[in-house]
Write a protein that binds this ligand. Structure first.
Ligand code: HEM
Length: 459
């Protein structure tokens, strides 16, 4: 049986820091040796830093759930991302971070998700309509379509504006330019190289970051005016900007909200787009699963527009999306830093060492998953699969810093997949196979190409 694409690991043995950095810059995934798919913990020593990749579920639990305050994000992450994200919740630590989460989290709770559903649905219907003109069986690059759809979801749910809006569309296009200028956004953040080491903060990336922030400031300042005049739409931006911290009573001011909007846009659209594109690719690779999804969607919602409660009944579609997040976790690695001496698996770990948690390796770990590289959405119905889901599945991270958009993303992903597969058939392009590469998120090295035709018509 064909396995879904996986990059070849680098050969075992020592490599120089220069070579590692070069490999790393090309792609974080293939820069790593194959033993990481079997190891519980691996240590990397360089003259400048020590880094420990932890796969053992107990260790991951310790870092993310039991003592998260002792394993913060490093300041370098903030430095690396500051031009675009300022002091957003993604990069802060300690009391600032806690206050930001107290204000943000209520907007993503269950009841609010129901309220955002119509905006998500409109974005999904927009994606189906956009593909109509391209569904002629000629190869199309599906990541671009998925990015467009996911950006539309974010703008509609956050600011009640479609992606066609002038400012929304400008942010979206500037963002693409930003990625081209700085393809591996957090390289500098992931590897704490000494200050003299060449960085990849290109000048172009600084400029685009500034332009994106200026556009977001326009949206946010306008919304603040609408809130003050009591005529703001009831969407996520209004909810977040009017929520007071239950402990201090403080609200976000415009500037702090700009930082949060920047991360919602970045974290919320890049990740969802990556997951949707890989899900469609996997369904093209396994057409029997594509038929199962199409059949389920027709049985549960027919040709109607689904409502919020329909999504919970799309169980096979959800399992396909879950399995996609296992095989291609959009955020392949996360980094924390030790603040005091630690002893992990009988090794002394000094303060300021890097702790790397890798959904990519944990999700394909040979000792944690049965047939880890196979595509099998039914695995979640088996006792082993359920156990692995509980202790070795973290596409959204875990613990107090878990992704606040996890519930949102699971509804969005299932909804968009259901609408697209109901309308179209997706087939692979044999001479353009996809290969994952970790840029900002896990992407296709040369894009993800598929042939799209209206469902029911053969290619
Ligand atoms: C499939 C989609 C998504 C995936 C796989 C995903 C994954 C993740 C992961 C792994 C983290 C933790 C990163 C770390 O600790 O270094 C994270 C954080 C975050 N995500 Fe998501 N995410 C998704 C969608 C979203 C959406 C839709 C939003 C918002 C609309 C969002 C907002 C955030 C924010 C604000 C954080 C920072 C949280 C903090 O540090 O406290 N994400 N996400």
């Amino acid at each position: 049986m064909t396995l879904p694409p996986k990059p070849r690991a680098r050969e075992e043995g020592r490599v120089s820091l220069w070579r590692y950095t070069r490999l790393f810059r090309q792609d974080i995934l293939s820069a790593q040796p194959a033993r990481l798919y079997r190891a519980w913990m691996a240590e990397f020593r360089t003259p400048f830093f020590r880094s420990y990749l932890c796969n053992q579920p107990d260790l991951v639990d310790l870092v993310l759930k039991q003592r998260p305050d002792d394993f913060p994000k490093s300041d370098r992450i903030r430095e690396g991302l500051a031009p675009l994200l300022g002091n957003s919740v993604f990069v802060t630590n300690g009391e600032t971070w806690k206050r930001q989460r107290r204000i943000i989290d209520p907007s993503f709770e269950g009841g609010r998700l129901r309220d955002t559903f119509p905006a998500m649905l409109a974005a999904g219907q927009g994606a189906v309509a956009r593909l109509q003109g391209k569904a002629d069986g000629e190869p199309i690059e599906i990541e671009a379509e998925a990015s467009h759809a996911a950006a539309d979801v974010i703008f509609r749910t956050l600011f009640s504006i479609p992606i066609e809006d002038e400012v929304a569309s400008a942010v979206f296009h500037k963002f693409r330019e930003h990625q081209r200028a700085q393809p591996v956004l957090n390289l500098g953040a992931l590897v704490p190289l000494p200050r003299w080491f060449p960085r990849f903060h290109r000048r172009g990336a600084r400029r685009t970051a500034k332009e994106i922030r200026a556009l977001i400031t326009r949206l946010t300042a306008h919304r603040m005016t609408e809130i003050k005049a009591a005529r703001a739409p009831d969407d996520l931006a209004t909810k977040i900007m009017t929520t007071a911290d239950p402990l201090t009573g403080e609200r976000f001011d415009t500037e702090e909200m700009v930082d949060q909007v920047a991360i919602f846009f970045l974290a919320g659209h890049e990740t969802s787009a990556s997951a949707l594109a890989w899900a469609l690719y996997l369904l093209a690779l396994y057409p029997e699963w594509q038929d199962r999804v199409a059949t389920e969607v027709l049985a549960e919602i027919g040709q109607e527009a689904p409502d919020f409660s329909d999504i919970a009944r799309l169980r096979q579609t959800r399992d396909v999306f879950r399995e996609t997040l296992r095989l291609y976790p959009p955020v392949p690695m996360m980094v924390r830093e030790t603040t005091c001496p630690e002893r992990l698996r009988d090794r002394d770990v000094p303060p300021r060492a890097q702790i790397v948690l890798s959904p990519w390796h944990q999700h394909r770990h040979e000792r944690l998953w049965d047939k880890p590289d196979a595509f099998d959405p039914e695995r979640f119905d088996t006792p082993d699969g359920r156990e692995a889901l509980r202790c070795a599945y973290m596409p959204f991270s875990a613990g107090q810093r878990v992704c606040p958009g996890a519930g949102f993303a699971m509804i969005e992903g299932v909804l968009l997949l259901a609408l697209l597969v109901r309308a179209y058939r997706f087939d692979i392009v044999p001479d353009r196979p996809a290969m994952p590469v970790a840029h900002l998120t896990v992407r296709g090295r040369d894009g993800i190409w598929l042939r799209v035709t209206p469902r029911g018509r053969a290619v």
